[in-house]
Design a protein around this ligand. Structure first.
Ligand code: UTP
Length: 306
């Protein structure tokens, strides 16, 4: 796909941005890069230290003030629904054994009654299609979209920064972060008005640009705030790369009439859909934990001395 310029006149600033209450988590993918681990276990339930990857991403959304969590699931994913439900027997047993701290931690992680919805993507037809499957639950309001593979490790939750940018500018928002110039062909890349600004208007978007053609080195990191008009555009979308319905194609169409902004994420991003990203995330998150870090450091140093 070539670089598609987004009209500088695209969409006048919206009246008053509506509050972002809902977040969509597409978790229906097959996770083929993690087979055989993902044959019976969803990749979103693989653990980074002692929390499933999906829990880390839900934590980020909760920290940003999200009130309703919409999961687009598929076959073999029902354990995700169980994870976000209360487990009476377990809770009762922890209470009976006086494990107050563990019980409190479990209950603190639980979204409130009625705050979760689960819908099915019956076939893994791509990210765009997964997002479209959430249309009835999201309804006619702007929403956040978080790809659970991508862990954003930093001091401020990425989505909180994006919601602040949305409240200031309205429109649509994409989180971005720099990658080495010679790696841009592996990523979705955006061009922006000001590459050094925390928030900048997006001027172009391109999926995996051929070497030397990228409009910048800012890649799309898997966090979005989208206006509900995206759903109708996805519905009319032709199948793109790999026969899948791509989200980027629908975003490019939306960008012709509505503004898109990039919010730079200043922390480190771990792609937990890849083995090395997943392993690195485990080390990074473990190093944040005073109960684990000192021993793990010794163990890792011993491995590197071998
Ligand atoms: P990925 O392409 O990284 O996930 O999609 P995948 O297809 O499960 O992974 P591999 O390449 O086979 O190992 C990013 C996110 O979008 C979801 C995935 O579950 C993942 O969280 N997704 C992807 C869907 O929900 N439906 C799809 O059709 C495709």
């Amino acid at each position: 796909m070539t670089v598609t310029p987004v009209s500088p006149h695209a969409g006048a600033k919206a009246a008053a941005p509506r509050r972002i209450r809902k977040a969509v988590f597409p978790v229906a993918g097959l996770g083929t890069r993690f087979l055989p681990a993902t044959k019976a276990m969803p990749k979103e339930m693989l653990t980074v230290v002692d929390r499933p990857v999906i829990q880390h991403v839900v934590d980020e959304a909760r920290a940003a003030g999200i009130e309703h969590f919409v999961f687009v699931t598929g076959r073999n994913k029902s354990v995700i629904e169980d994870h976000f439900d209360s487990q009476f027997e377990l809770e009762h047993t922890l209470e009976a054994r006086g494990k107050v701290k563990e019980l409190k931690a479990l209950l603190d992680d639980l979204p409130g009654p009625g705050q979760t919805s689960f819908t099915r993507q019956q076939a893994p037809l791509g990210l765009g299609h997964a997002v479209w499957c959430a249309r009835e639950i999201v309804g006619d309001e702007p929403f956040a979209l978080l790809l659970p593979d991508m862990l954003h490790h930093g001091t401020t939750p990425c989505l909180a920064d994006m919601i602040a940018a949305y409240e200031a500018h309205g429109g649509n928002h994409i989180a971005v972060a720099p990658v080495p110039e010679d790696q841009t062909h592996h990523y979705g890349i955006v061009g922006v008005e000001d590459a050094t600004a925390k928030v900048s208007k997006i001027t172009s978007m391109v999926e995996k640009p051929p070497k030397g053609t990228a409009p910048s080195n800012l890649h799309i990191t898997g966090r979005y705030i989208l206006e509900p008009a995206i759903f109708a555009l996805i519905a009319n979308q032709e199948r793109g790369t790999g026969g899948e319905i791509q989200l980027t194609d629908a975003m490019l169409t939306l960008a012709k009439t509505r503004p898109f902004y990039a919010t730079r994420f200043d922390g480190t991003i771990y792609d937990c859909g890849s083995k090395t990203g997943f392993l690195a995330a485990n080390v990074a998150y473990a190093m944040d934990r005073p109960d684990i870090a000192p021993i793990l450091r010794q163990d890792i140093e011993a491995i590197f001395k071998r």
